[in-house]
Design a protein around this ligand. Sequence first.
Ligand SMILES: NC(=O)c1ccc[n+]([C@@H]2O[C@H](COP(=O)([O-])OP(=O)(O)OC[C@H]3O[C@@H](n4cnc5c(N)ncnc54)[C@H](O)[C@@H]3O)[C@@H](O)[C@H]2O)c1
Length: 357
Amino acid sequence: MVQEIQATDYVIEVGSLVDSSFVSLLTTKYATSKKIILVDENTHDECLEYLLTAFDGLEEAEVMLLPEGEENKVMEVCFQVWEAFSEYGVGRRDLVINLGGGVVTDMGGFIASIYKRGVDFINIPTSLLGMVDASVGGKTGIDMGMYKNQLGVFANPQRVFVDLGFLNTLPSMELANGFAEMLKHGLIADKNHWENIKNLNPREDEWNSDWIIESIQIKNDIVIADPFEKDLRKKLNFGHTFGHAFEGMSLGWENPIPHGHAVALGMLAEAFLSLDRDLLSNEDFEEIKATITSRFEMMSFSEEVVNPLFELMQNDKKNFDQKIKCVLLTGIGSSVLDQELTEMDVQKVIQFFETLT
Ligand SMILES: NC(=O)c1ccc[n+]([C@@H]2O[C@H](COP(=O)([O-])OP(=O)(O)OC[C@H]3O[C@@H](n4cnc5c(N)ncnc54)[C@H](O)[C@@H]3O)[C@@H](O)[C@H]2O)c1
């Protein structure tokens, strides 16, 4: 059975792709369109064959390979794809299919929406993080140096197809990364969701579409209320002020911190600051700390990172009045926007992280 979730001006379908409207889209609206499938190395090897063999409309599709990983979510790669689009004669009536995790859907959505002022695109997320978060909500973009998602546009896909079958080949570490964003959805807006998922072992438990649908719905409700992040949507950035700084700082490392892991560390940092400001009870903080520390590897950082982290945070898109603004928690399931952060707060967090490893 396929469940439909109405988003702003498109629909998210959760269920088997073969039972979804993907088939009819390919053979009706896009019957005569060129189809370009964007994949990275892993989704090329693990997910593409299913798409090419199960759907008649895709025999002639042009497959374009993006280099895998956050470090490749950059303009240079976009240019190469735009040049390939030109060579292949992609036009406004054609269709881009983003088959991959958040890197492919973020960058593929950006590539499609900039090219010739916009070519239709469909997201088929293949990572848990992509399913519950990155592929929905209309944010597309790429990184610039160490600054995450500095270049981008709001652009909605024509449709999103969430087929849990793709999770079968996803490495367990990546399941944990997606789990981080699900925990975030519970923490900022829905205690029930937190209760439903907090005891899961994301690396081993069987994934249930109910939890995924719940998580998508939380994000979708927030996006519908504030599609362009004027206000309420900022909630979704809980854990990301620190998270993006950790992730950005690590982009040049041999093993960069994956987005979901960085968000998990960021949520703990920001929950700690919520406690420090008496916004969050000790009981709630301890529950959050126990949940995150038991699922994600904790890291400690030297005091030398305080200043670089603070500098990265200063470039965050949610800041205003030249102050760093972040989301803090007032409880499990409730949050408060636009809380100012100082360098002293970053220092406190780094000292707190020392106690965890
Ligand atoms: N646009 C948004 O609203 C939004 C929200 C959250 C995160 N994001 C972005 O999403 C990105 C993180 O997404 P991610 O964690 O999916 O990263 P990712 O796209 O790099 O995928 C993680 C890894 O899993 C592999 N993979 C994906 N699906 C697979 C499958 N089915 N089988 C085997 N391997 C598979 C990928 O090749 C990659 O190595 C970040 O760039 C982040 O900024 C965007």
